[in-house]
Design a protein around this ligand. Structure first.
Ligand code: ATP
Length: 269
């Protein structure tokens, strides 16, 4: 059963409110009837089996699905009460405020410094780029490791460092929200821990939504957890839906829905 968006408003101010969201790729409805409110300056995890629509929903928050020709949505996704899909919305500004970190670290073929300040340069940033780079790298907990080699290629870093570089690059855009799509799945356990510690630091200033297949990770980092599931349609496609959305301790410790119980206890399928 979907939580009423109002329920979570009592915990913290919402950054996003989603109302009756349906997402289609062509004629395939991939997600049905999702309603939820994403609280500010908290970490919200999206968990659920493969294909239940976690990434699809995540990408709705910064209009990244717009790049997919067959994509269409019904319902509403509001950012601070503003309809993100209204015709007058400036999509570039949306993506500036709502940054994204992907599964695989994807530094540009540029120096560490140029990677961090890339977006600022493109957007005609008027401030001091050196200061911006240092501040962003410090916030991403990477400064001490790279301060003496800012002119080295981003590719010269380890996978975990590259992911923190990508987080620094996202932070340098001074976003309000960070969307993270399985940001640790390509990282070893030590780098994963570093990124998780970093997320905990960052949530003082940012709202974070993370898609993760790792339930331990959700319990370690997330204040709130949304569990999605998928069911087969008559046509044999799968449609994803929100089962339960609550404080992480509740979802894992005292879930309200049988489907959630089965999933978090590993009795799924
Ligand atoms: N670009 C696309 N074009 C068409 N269908 C898509 C596209 N992206 C996703 N889908 C479909 O939407 C549904 C949800 O996919 P999505 O990747 O959002 O799920 P997910 O829960 O994030 O899965 P995973 O955990 O495997 O990454 C799936 O049926 C998938 O095939």
């Amino acid at each position: 059963m979907n939580e009423s968006p109002d329920k979570l408003l009592t915990h913290s101010l919402p950054v996003f409110t989603v109302q009756n969201l349906d997402v289609y790729y062509g004629s395939h409805r991939a997600v049905r009837n999702v309603s939820m409110a994403i609280p500010k300056n908290k970490i919200t995890a999206f968990i659920g089996p493969s294909g239940c629509g976690k990434s699809t929903i995540l990408r709705c928050f910064n209009r990244l699905n717009d790049l997919i020709e067959s994509f269409r949505l019904e319902g509403k996704v509001c950012y601070h009460n503003q309809d993100l899909y209204a015709p007058d919305i400036d999509v570039t500004a949306v993506r500036k405020n709502i940054g994204m970190v992907f599964q695989k670290p994807n530094p540009f073929p540029k120096t560490i410094f140029d990677n961090v300040v890339y977006g600022a340069r493109v957007n005609g940033y008027k401030g001091n780029l050196e200061e911006l780079a240092e501040d962003s790298l410090r916030r991403a907990a990477l400064w001490d490791e790279v301060k003496d080699k800012l002119k080295a290629s981003g590719f010269s870093l380890s996978g975990g460092q590259q992911q923190r570089l990508c987080i620094a690059r996202a932070i340098a855009m001074q976003p309000e929200v960070l969307l993270m799509d399985e940001p640790c799945s390509a990282l070893d356990p030590i780098s994963t821990l570093k990124v998780e510690e970093l997320m905990n630091e960052l949530k003082q200033n940012y709202t974070i939504i993370i898609v993760t297949h790792n339930m331990q990770q959700a319990t370690r980092v997330a204040d709130y957890t949304a569990f999605y599931n998928a069911e087969a349609t008559e046509k044999g496609n799968k449609v994803g839906y929100l089962v339960e959305f609550d404080q992480t301790g509740k979802v894992f410790g005292d879930p309200q829905e049988q489907e959630t119980k089965d999933y978090v206890s590993g009795r799924f399928g």
